[in-house]
Design a protein around this ligand. Structure first.
Ligand code: UDX
Length: 429
């Protein structure tokens, strides 16, 4: 099928490359000409395992192209995906200006029946809003359907998530649209949840808010574990065997981060408020998350007997492993707090140092875990990159001024480290 993907951000690029991979002809559109020129040369603006290969394969086969010409792309396509950003405004509500802009642009070029599928995370009711904008801005009347098709990609495993999703959600009341969307996703084996637009929009918010709740819940439990002498990893394991609970998203740590959870939780609280419901539970989830970041700072202060003038060695800057993304990264906010309390910071991350430099600025960046340890008063592990699990801790011990490790991700072998003579502190263990 011929498909246009409007907005070549994270979701747009993965969607375009993924749809090309399963046999469709895709044109990806963006207003940023520099970005489009680079993509046509195979230069990918984001770090995502497997995405380079997929984009280059699509370019090579001619099934994936990049352009700034929205009109031409809409005319050539049966389905048009809206994948533009919906940043939070100052009140936490999703800012829909890009979505509205694109909807008007699409309207002007509609020349026959089309599906406009929204993948951006938007408040309930936006499908209807886009429908109205298209109706009002279409120069000649044509049939069209606006549907909601939310995306659940995780950074670091987005290609796998696209090609092997847990489910595909399609929100529309139009049989014609259901038929075409089913054909589009035909090569992907996954349960189809076909529902009304409002429910589809709500599924996306509810899913992210639930996942954030799960992590905040285990973090709250970890705080109690810390004082009663239980190990939160054991607790999570024992809980996870219950199939109603499951093992995923029960890792205690410095709190959740990234570009979605905070934004979507705040937007859902706003949506609830506007509809007369005070979503206190979700407000608590955010509070627990903020306290968790502060907890890591307090633990460091306790281990060091104060922070002023202390040398902190930090492992990890991205909001989770296998990404260079530092948006709302717990590592960054912990380091900011440590710095503001007078500590000196040296850090290493396998992929995120450039991005961290842009937001965190002036700390010392080095090129491996050993350089981080050298001369530091404490080693704090903030993001659980695999390579940190395999460093030579005897060597680390000889390089640190004092053998103290704060494992904010609970990913190191605490008994082995204690046997080696480290003072080990985790989260809830
Ligand atoms: C999330 C959703 O998972 C995805 O479906 C949606 O489309 C976008 O938002 P992402 O932001 O890439 O994806 O990250 P995710 O893997 O969900 O992790 C979010 C945060 O939670 C990270 O900071 C991670 O470290 C943290 N987390 C996750 C924990 O602290 N503990 C856990 O057990 C799981």
């Amino acid at each position: 099928m011929d498909v246009a993907v409007v907005g070549v951000g994270y979701v747009g690029l993965v969607t375009g490359a993924g749809l090309a991979k399963i046999g469709h002809r895709i044109v990806c559109i963006d207003v940023d000409k520099g970005k489009i020129d680079n993509l046509n040369k195979g230069l990918i603006p984001i770090f995502e395992p497997g995405l380079d290969e997929l984009v280059r394969a699509g370019l090579g086969e001619g099934s994936l192209t990049f352009s700034t010409d929205l009109n031409e792309a809409v005319e050539a396509s049966d389905i048009i995906f809206i994948c533009v950003g919906t940043p939070s405004d100052e009140n936490g509500a999703a800012d829909l200006s890009f979505v509205k802009e694109v909807a008007k642009g699409i309207a002007k070029a509609i020349d026959r029946y089309k599906i406009i599928a929204n993948k951006s995370t938007v408040p309930v009711g936006t499908t209807r809003l886009v429908e109205r904008l298209i109706e009002e801005n279409m120069p000649h009347p044509h049939e069209f359907d606006v549907i909601s098709n939310p995306e659940f990609l995780r950074e670091g495993s987005a290609i796998e998530d696209f090609l092997n999703p847990d489910r595909i959600v399609i929100g529309t009341n139009s049989q014609r649209a259901i038929g075409l969307m089913t054909e589009l996703y035909g090569p992907i084996r996954a349960p189809l949840v076909i529902t009304d637009p409002a429910s589809a929009e709500m599924i996306k918010y509810a899913s992210n808010a639930f996942l954030a709740t799960k992590v905040s819940f285990i973090n709250a439990i970890s705080n109690i574990c810390d004082t009663v002498g239980a190990d939160v990893k054991e607790v999570a394991l024992g809980m996870g065997y219950d199939r109603r609970i499951g093992f995923e998203f029960l890792k205690a740590g410095p709190g959740w981060g990234g570009s979605c959870f905070g934004k979507d939780c705040r937007a859902l609280i706003r949506i609830a408020e506007e509809n007369g419901y005070d979503f206190e539970l979700l407000k608590g989830v955010i509070e627990v998350n903020e306290a968790q970041r502060q907890l890591i700072v307090s633990k460091a202060g306790k281990l060091l007997g104060g922070l002023r003038g202390k040398r902190i060695g930090a492992l990890g800057l991205s909001f989770k492993p296998n990404t260079d993304d530092v948006r709302d990264s717990p590592a960054i906010s912990v380091l900011r707090k440590l710095r503001s309390e007078g500590a000196n910071i040296k850090a290493y991350d396998p992929a995120a140092m450039k991005n961290a430099g842009d937001v965190l600025g002036d700390i010392e960046y080095v090129s491996d875990a050993y350089q981080v340890a050298e001369g530091s008063d404490i080693l704090i592990l903030l993001t659980e990159w695999d390579e940190f699990k395999w460093v030579d801790f005897q060597k680390i011990k000889s390089l640190l001024r004092k053998p103290v490790i704060l494992d904010a991700r609970n990913c190191l072998d605490h008994s082995a480290l204690r046997k080696m003579g480290f003072t080990y502190e985790g989260v809830g263990r």
